[in-house]
Design a protein around this ligand. Structure first.
Ligand SMILES: [Zn+2]
Length: 473
């Protein structure tokens, strides 16, 4: 491999024809396939062709020899506004469940949602969301669902969407509730938001409606109805161990609540749900996002991957909160692999002989790659434009360095990506054909200034929340 990888070389200009030459191409589209050595031709922001030796003489060339070329990753549930509280709860649980666990204090419900969230001003929302988005873009996540629960006022909402737009990556903006302050217009503000920011669905940032079932009363009936009137998808947390969510979702899934579950519903976590609820959710065509690391660490319950596979369902993956765990796709894929295989391997060991019929199959690296790309696009209704390297789709592409110290020599492409890589291997990132990261460096951002703004926001939030910052707590 004689790739000349000059990091000082300027990025090719945007908008024209671009060919990514000579990479190991993993398209994630069975109809396109994989190639040990192939090119990806991009024109007008779209993928035009994938294959070996493409004729593209007038195109700008990105040399991808020694690199893996694959679709950008998709995260279907990330609370981006919480960046200022990164690692504030490394040991924290979701809520104080009365168990007496030392990790129940401080906890997510009381401290992040109860104390920090109400203190956010629109400028806090802006820099927190932007910083989180750039960080994930840097890690190869080209599409996100920002589960945004910070809508204390329309100004907070506008600051969030502006940050998603300014990040320059594909995003679904999830309009969820605020902290219930006077001035919050959720869910009715959805009409204004749709008209002002999302006049069409054919743009980089699109809209999803938050339709939480835990808000009580008629809240979800109203938000779901608005979503369907506006033609946007609905996302909602569903944690069986939290409050009455298990019973509430059971009632909703049975159709006894005046709302209908459909293929436009995305349920997040789905831990601790009854078999009956699962079957009804599956039959309705609803989607499920699993946040493996967070569910395991914060006591949401066991990620229901075995149930899903038994029912013939597949999840997408989500990072959830950086208060407690990293938001890069490699952490998500490896957590899914290790959790599922730990359980199944122990089942086989306990059987003590040949594998019994009906024993679940072990997850493979291909499975989790699918969860982290094409399934995410599907679950956000964006699979017509992203999630695979398919001609006609938007060029959301990551180029991963397989010559790096932690990866070489390259013997298995999906294995190298899932088992070995981390964000340091994400060298170049394209979103809709625009180069956002070039040879290890994000383009068009002043990270020093943004970090300064984020630290100022963090200082305001800790003070306003009455929380002392203790670096070794
Ligand atoms: Zn969440």
């Amino acid at each position: 491999m004689s790739s000349e990888w000059n990091e000082n070389e300027p990025a090719p200009p945007d908008g024209g024809r671009l060919v990514i030459r000579g990479g190991a191409v993993m398209s994630m589209d069975p109809a396109v396939g994989d190639f040990e050595d192939a090119d990806v031709l991009v024109e007008g922001g779209r993928i035009v062709a994938v294959g070996p030796g493409l004729d593209a003489q007038d195109a700008n060339v990105i040399d991808a020899r020694g690199r893996v070329v694959m679709p950008g990753f998709v995260d279907t549930h990330h609370h981006q506004f919480e960046t200022a509280e990164r690692a504030f709860l490394p040991n924290g649980l979701l809520t104080d469940d009365g168990s007496g666990s030392p990790s129940a204090q401080p906890n997510y419900g009381e401290h992040i949602l109860g104390r920090f969230a109400p203190a956010y001003r629109p400028q806090d929302v802006y820099v927190n969301v932007l910083f989180a988005g750039l960080s994930q873009l840097d890690a190869g996540v080209t599409t996100v669902l920002d589960v945004s629960q910070i809508h204390h006022s329309p100004e907070h909402t506008d600051a969030t969407v502006q940050a998603l737009v300014d990040t320059g990556r594909r995003a679904a903006f999830g309009l969820f509730e605020g902290a219930g302050r006077t001035g919050s217009r959720y869910p009715e503000d959805a009409y204004r938001v749709r008209e002002r920011w999302f006049p069409t669905d054919d743009q980089l940032v699109t809209m999803v409606m938050g339709g939480e079932i835990y808000l009580g009363g008629q809240a979800h009936r109203r938000s779901w109805a608005i979503a369907r009137e506006l033609g946007v998808r609905i996302a909602a947390h569903a944690v069986g161990s939290w409050g009455t969510m298990r019973q509430d979702l059971e009632r909703i899934a049975r159709g006894e609540d005046g709302v209908r579950v459909g293929p436009d519903n995305l349920f997040i976590h789905m831990t601790g749900m009854s078999d009956e609820t699962w079957k009804r959710i599956r039959d309705a065509g609803a989607r499920v996002s699993l946040a493996f690391p967070i569910e395991m660490v914060m006591r949401h319950g066991t990620p229901p991957i075995l149930t899903m596979r038994e029912l013939g369902m597949e999840p997408s993956l989500s990072s959830d909160v950086e208060t407690t765990m990293a938001a890069d796709p490699f952490t998500l894929m490896r957590s899914a692999m290790t959790m599922q295989r730990m359980v199944v391997n122990q089942m086989v060991l306990d059987q003590g002989g040949p594998v019994s019929p009906g024993t679940p199959e072990l997850l493979t690296v291909r499975d989790v790659l699918r969860y982290a790309t094409v399934n995410g696009a599907r679950d956000l209704g964006l699979d017509d434009r992203t999630g695979t390297l398919t001609p006609g789709k938007q060029a959301d592409i990551v180029i991963l360095d397989a010559t790096a110290l932690n990866v070489a020599p390259l013997n298995n492409v999906p294995g190298a990506v899932v088992s070995l890589m981390d964000r340091s291997n994400v060298e170049t990132v394209l979103v809709a054909g625009k180069i956002r990261k070039w040879r290890g460096r994000l383009l068009d951002v002043d990270l020093d200034r943004l970090r300064h703004d984020l630290e100022a926001s963090r200082d305001h939030l800790f003070t306003a929340a009455g929380v002392r910052r203790d670096l070794f707590a």
